[in-house]
Design a protein around this ligand. Structure first.
Ligand code: ZN
Length: 292
């Protein structure tokens, strides 16, 4: 076998020398031949495994070069989509807290009305769940979502056991210079059949400086939020009595995500999957707001 191999290699060497001579002489006499001769030369010397492997490599590189051509246009919008909120600072207030605070504070800088610092909020009729729990769950999910879109998020609270008044929550957003803020709440009614989603905004008289943007934010949010959840649209409502609005110098809205007094909505609001739908609606609405 070794004798045969050495004979074979000698033969290959002779052929190679012959081809090399032919190649170089051809190069002198005629120019088109080297391009034809050189592949034969390399194929003869190269082992069969290498030559068979090389076509798959070259074909792979061909598809790679083909796929890389359209990818710059394909990757550009994706990266923009991922960080559409970069540069924005967004405030999120998970409404209420573990224990209400009935101490009083002025409901606005120009108001003589005194209101409780924080109320306890609504409670689910069937599950007994407090809205402050759901509000915080949704707030945390929304924070994650908005950060994934590139926004900086300022939270008034990340735990249940805090004591922050509605005035203090508004001032926290003012000091952080948020671009806009969203107060997350659940609704309640004595009429247990009442259901749906509404958004509260500051009134145009007392809060003229933040009214237009707050209204536009609410208008942007309510459609996508009702669509993603299937909740009834109860509209955008002006409120002049909200401490959290009256002390705000930044555009601000309160989303009343649904009624904990309604058995059907309560059963949805407590589930993570429905909260995800709400968050999806929030994100779509916010993206719509910043585009305009
Ligand atoms: Zn509430």
């Amino acid at each position: 076998m070794s004798k045969f191999t050495s004979k074979l290699s000698m033969l290959i060497l002779i052929i190679s020398v012959f081809l090399l001579t032919a190649c170089s002489s051809g190069a002198v006499t005629s120019s088109p031949s080297p391009t034809i001769n050189s592949p034969i030369y390399t194929t003869t010397l190269a082992s069969p495994t290498l030559s068979s492997a090389s076509p798959t490599v070259s074909s792979a590189s061909t598809t790679a070069s083909l796929s890389t051509k359209p990818s710059p246009t394909a990757t550009k919008p994706i990266s923009t989509n991922n960080k559409q909120l970069s540069g924005y600072v967004i405030g999120i207030d998970a409404g209420h807290q573990l224990k209400g605070n009935s101490s009083l504070e002025k409901s606005g800088p120009n108001s003589s009305v005194m209101k409780a610092k924080v109320t306890t909020g609504a409670t689910g009729n069937n599950s007994g769940i407090r809205e402050q729990v759901i509000n915080l769950q949704v707030a945390k999910k929304l924070k994650t979502k908005l950060e994934s879109l590139g926004a900086k998020v300022v939270m008034t609270r990340t735990t249940e056991n805090v004591d922050i008044s509605n005035k203090e929550r508004a001032e926290l957003f003012n000091k952080a210079h948020v671009d806009f803020a969203i107060r997350i709440h659940c609704d309640s009614s004595d009429n247990r059949s009442v259901n749906g989603l509404s958004i509260l905004i500051p009134d145009s008289k007392n809060n003229a400086s933040i009214y237009n943007k707050s209204k536009r934010l609410a208008d942007s949010l309510i459609g996508p939020m009702c669509k993603s959840t299937g909740a009834a649209n109860r509209g955008v409502i002006q409120r002049s009595d909200q401490t959290g609005f009256n002390w705000s110098s930044v555009p601000i809205v309160t989303v009343e995500m649904g009624f904990l007094s309604n058995a059907n909505e309560e059963s949805k609001l407590i589930t993570s999957s429905y909260q995800d739908k709400l968050v999806s609606g929030y994100a779509q609405g916010i993206l719509q707001y910043v585009k305009n």
